[in-house]
Design a protein around this ligand. Structure first.
Ligand code: NZQ
Ligand code: ZN
Length: 384
């Protein structure tokens, strides 16, 4: 196992009715900016629950944070925070609202010329506003990590940022808030969490049985519980609770400690979202089978472990077992409702060429040297 520092200070308030406890976790004299998305929280009762819990507080609202949150929108919130002397941010929504709020927390105190440099140049974040979260969509893990992803609409760039100062102080995870999710977003959550695990697990063995079995446990939970959530006409609390916790555990740092993480699937996927607006999880479901196919020799040992422990594939030649594991992965994405070929989203060779150019300019893909810039074209062309 490799050396690591593990630090995760996020207090998780998990379960039914937990939104009512918000006031126990925010300083009484806080001036709060409550951030949210396009309005789902006003339809499902979450907005009312939050407002009731915060009755004693001074609360300003900032709605309209879009999926794949835009830098341009978030900078409007930064102006409000600065002018109204806000000192606590409460994000209420999915990963986009949480990520966007993390950006607001960092950008408010940024002293450089252009806040976009936080993303484009990984400019140092030396101070950030305290934030908390009420999660309504289990997918990204943003509720228990210190990272985020923001898009500059003007240039179609989607980039990640992160800093330990951006861990939420607390996150409320009430599975009932997910009852109003449309099937498309339930699916996105299952697949995003699945691929988060794969980015940290399906790389190279480093003798990390604890991390591996945690990772396999999360994958198996998603495979068992995901289709149940999609099939049942009325949401089941236990089912939603298990999905929610699985998604949080998939990207709160724990399973990534001491192992080799990749993130190439995410980096390629982000470009598909930036240029074509394809949902984040959908891009991952398109890219991952292509990436695994290309790495079946190099990452063969972990792929065979995954085949056996997650898909129960124990017979046949190594080649056959590896291929079957990749097929089963793609079939799972299809089963939960995602089409996994670029042609199904009207993305063709011309777009691949543009994406490849972006990686050529950047000079790297993920965090491991086994996926090189020259491989991106091949991975995507195999997914046409
Ligand atoms: O905007 P509203 O009206 O709230 O509607 C949202 C949005 O349209 C809706 N929704 C959320 N909760 C709902 C609901 N609808 C009904 N009932 C509810 N309870 O769902 C739609 C999608 O929301 P969004 O927040 O965009 O989805 P998700 O949570 O999947 O977040 C995706 C974003 O997170 C980033 C992605 O790149 C993308 O920008 N990621 C963040 C990561 C992180 N911080 O660690 C890691 C991930 O890999 C990912 O990159
Ligand atoms: Zn993701």
């Amino acid at each position: 196992m490799e050396n690591f520092d593990f630090f995760n200070p996020v207090k998780i308030l998990f379960g039914k009715g937990k939104i009512a406890e918000l006031g126990n976790h925010i300083p009484k004299d806080a001036k709060i900016l409550m951030t949210y998305g396009g309005g789902s929280i006003k339809k499902n009762g979450v907005y009312d629950q939050v407002k009731t819990a915060l009755e004693a507080y001074h609360v300003t609202e900032f709605g309209g944070i879009e999926p794949n949150p835009h830098f341009e929108t978030l900078m409007k919130a930064v102006e409000i925070v600065r002018s109204e002397k806000i000192d606590f941010l409460l994000a209420v929504g999915g990963g986009s609202v949480l990520d966007g709020t993390k950006f607001i927390a960092a950008a408010t105190y940024y002293e450089g010329e252009d806040e976009w440099d936080i993303l484009a140049k990984h400019a140092e974040i030396s101070k950030a506003m305290d934030l908390g979260a009420v999660l309504t969509l289990a997918a990204t893990g943003s509720e228990m990590n210190s990272g985020g992803v923001v898009t500059k609409a003007a240039t179609k760039e989607k980039m990640a940022f992160g800093n330990p100062l951006l861990f939420p102080k607390f996150s409320v995870l009430d599975p009932e808030t997910t009852y109003s999710l449309p099937q498309r977003q339930i699916t996105n959550g299952i697949v995003d969490a699945f691929v988060h695990v794969m980015e940290q697990y399906l790389t190279y063995p480093v003798n990390s049985p604890v991390q591996d079995r945690f990772a396999e446990g999360i994958l198996l939970t998603l495979i068992e519980e995901g289709p149940k959530a999609l099939a049942s006409a009325t949401p089941d609390y236990e089912n939603r609770a298990n999905l929610m916790w699985a998604a949080t555990m998939a990207l709160n740092g724990l399973i990534g400690m001491g192992v080799k993480s990749d993130w190439a699937t995410h980096m390629i996927g982000h470009e598909l979202t930036a240029f074509h607006g394809i949902d984040h999880a959908v891009t991952l479901a398109i890219v991952l089978p292509g990436l695994l196919n290309q790495l079946k020799e190099k990452r063969g040992e972990k792929l065979l472990q995954y085949a056996e422990r997650v898909w129960n594939i124990t017979e046949g030649s190594e080649k056959k077992r590896k291929n079957l594991a990749i097929e089963k992965t793609e079939a799972f994405f299809n089963q939960v409702g995602i089409a996994t070929h670029l042609s199904e989203y009207n993305v063709g060779q011309d777009s691949i060429d543009v994406i490849v150019k972006r990686f050529e300019g950047r000079g790297y893909v993920g965090m491991l040297p086994d996926v090189e810039v020259k491989d991106v074209a091949e991975i995507l062309e195999a997914r046409l």
